[in-house]
Design a protein around this ligand. Structure first.
Ligand code: SF4
Length: 213
């Protein structure tokens, strides 16, 4: 079966398994999602959601973040880890949004990438979930699963993203990313993938190799 055909089967199966997939970060507008995604680097979404619950009450606008006292913001986000870098980037990012984009989070990859601390992963999360513009997010789960599934041989997340863009239908880019995350957490775990109970095993290179042994 060709990669494109396998991807369609995988999407079909995972769609049945996870009909309610979506972004697990809590947000109510593009700015909140941008901040939450930056905080989620090297941190769990659960922890970020705890932190942002009070953070978004304290800092309500892009101006609030842009004018934040860095030490205070560091304390506010400390438990997400790498808090000094994150605080510096969040403030610089919001200052640039005000200076260059009239205080509104931009909705193109190019403009999002111009913001401090924003890479393709964060940009794709924001595009796909806040603006409905398809984007493939390659996080640790998507990287592991797409390699095990035999959809890419690349290690670099950006190269993986471009490999997946060639074989996943564009209107499925965002949902496909979510499906990989859900399946990575539930079944295709990093240390011990549960291939025996995995419904996409027939379409998985790694799973099939295990069968042959
Ligand atoms: S068959 Fe195994 S390796 Fe393949 S997706 Fe399922 S759990 Fe992961």
């Amino acid at each position: 079966m060709k990669k494109k055909e396998r991807v369609l089967k995988i999407i079909e199966e995972l769609g049945t398994l996870y009909p309610m997939t979506g972004c697990t970060l809590r947000y109510s507008d593009p700015l909140q999602l941008l901040i939450a995604t930056q905080l989620a680097a090297q941190c769990t979404d659960e922890r970020v959601n705890i932190v942002t619950k009070s953070l978004f009450k304290k800092y309500r606008t892009v101006e609030d973040f842009a004018g934040a006292d860095i030490k205070e913001l560091e304390d506010d986000i400390r438990s997400t880890g790498f808090y000094r870098n994150k605080a510096r980037n969040i403030i610089a990012c919001c200052q640039k949004i005000i200076a260059d984009y009239e205080g509104k989070v931009p909705d193109t990859m190019e403009k999002l990438l111009s913001l401090p601390g924003v890479g393709r992963k964060t940009a794709n999360v924001v595009l796909g979930n806040a603006f409905g513009i398809p984007g493939i997010v390659v996080d640790t789960h998507a990287k592991r699963l797409s390699r095990r599934l035999g959809l890419t041989r690349e290690e670099d997340p950006v190269k993986i993203e471009f490999d997946l863009m060639k074989i996943v239908p564009k209107d499925k880019w965002t949902i496909f990313s979510h499906m990989l995350v859900f399946h990575g957490r539930a079944v295709c775990k990093a240390r011990s993938p549960e291939c025996g109970s995995c419904t996409i095993r027939p379409y998985c290179v790694f799973g099939n190799k295990k069968t042959e042994k």
